[in-house]
Design a protein around this ligand. Sequence first.
Ligand SMILES: [Zn+2]
Length: 53
Amino acid sequence: MSIVSKKKALLVCEECLSRNYTLHKSTLSQRERLVIKKFCNTCNARTIHKESR
Ligand SMILES: [Zn+2]
């Protein structure tokens, strides 16, 4: 087994708060909160997705 600290980050839609995306964060960008525009299936539109903790 390898000891690699992979952080999972959830991207949550700002509009409906559904968790649409997961991504692996590198430890370098640990402090920054991600804000990405992505497509939300629930809203059926491109919305702002923010990282949840
Ligand atoms: Zn949504």
